[in-house]
Design a protein. Structure first.
Length: 221
């Protein structure tokens, strides 16, 4: 879920003295970790990232840590990924194709900012022009390109039991994930495809109308 907001941050731990208590972030993103039942909010601020944790007794997000990192004001990709082995989410800010031997499945590399202080890995792979990255469940990630959707696991390999690529006959503007299918929205409508069979599940086209997704809400399960 993507939220545009002003975040008032209450300290839980000692942070950088250069970080003010109240900041106007460029963007805010939230994610629920089903392994720890924790909900995080990550705010992109001019000097880096601020990670907040939902504190149930006070019914508010409280500041957990600050990560100094140089990022552009506009991030085409910013997705919080949840891993079973990590308490904190990871931040995906890009995707690239890995060079793989012939006759092997094509893999992708996620450009990750680790919030647990792990150094950021660099890749020489070719960057992909991605319009959306969405974690569907615990080990399935959807990568939206211009008119296709790639379905991979958290290692970047094609996800088993699902169609590796869904192709649409229009330029995708927004993806909305359902339990067993994905809705791809474009200027004059939408089309749904099954994640398992690639069959069309629903379709709306009306060139007299303009369709726009205002927001979606989801949890990794």
């Amino acid at each position: 879920m993507e939220v545009y907001c002003t975040v008032s941050m209450t300290k839980m731990t000692s942070l950088s003295p250069f970080l003010s208590v109240s900041l106007l972030p460029y963007q805010c993103f939230s994610v629920h970790n089903p392994y720890t039942d924790s909900t995080f909010l990550c705010a992109v601020v001019p000097t880096g990232l601020v990670l907040l944790l939902w504190y149930e007794p006070l019914q508010k997000f409280m500041q957990l840590k600050y990560i100094a990192v140089s990022l552009p004001e506009t991030l085409p990709i910013f997705e919080l990924l949840v891993l079973e082995t990590d308490e904190l989410p990871q931040v995906c800010v890009g995707v690239s194709r890995l060079q793989t031997p012939v006759k092997t499945c094509e893999r992708v590399h996620f450009d990750i900012i680790h919030l647990n202080d792990t150094p950021r890995a660099q890749s020489d792979s070719r960057s992909m022009k991605v319009m959306q990255v969405t974690q569907l469940d615990r080990d399935t990630v959807l990568i939206g390109l211009e008119n296709t959707v790639n379905i991979v696991n958290l290692d970047g390999s094609p996800s088993k039991g699902m169609t590796s690529t869904l192709t649409f006959d229009f330029s995708i503007e927004t993806l909305v994930c359902l339990q067993d299918s994905v809705l791809a929205f474009w200027k004059h409508g939408l089309k749904g495809r099954s994640l398992h069979s690639d069959e069309v599940t629903q379709e709306i086209t009306d060139e007299s109308r303009i369709f726009r997704v205002l927001g979606t809400s989801r949890h990794v399960s």
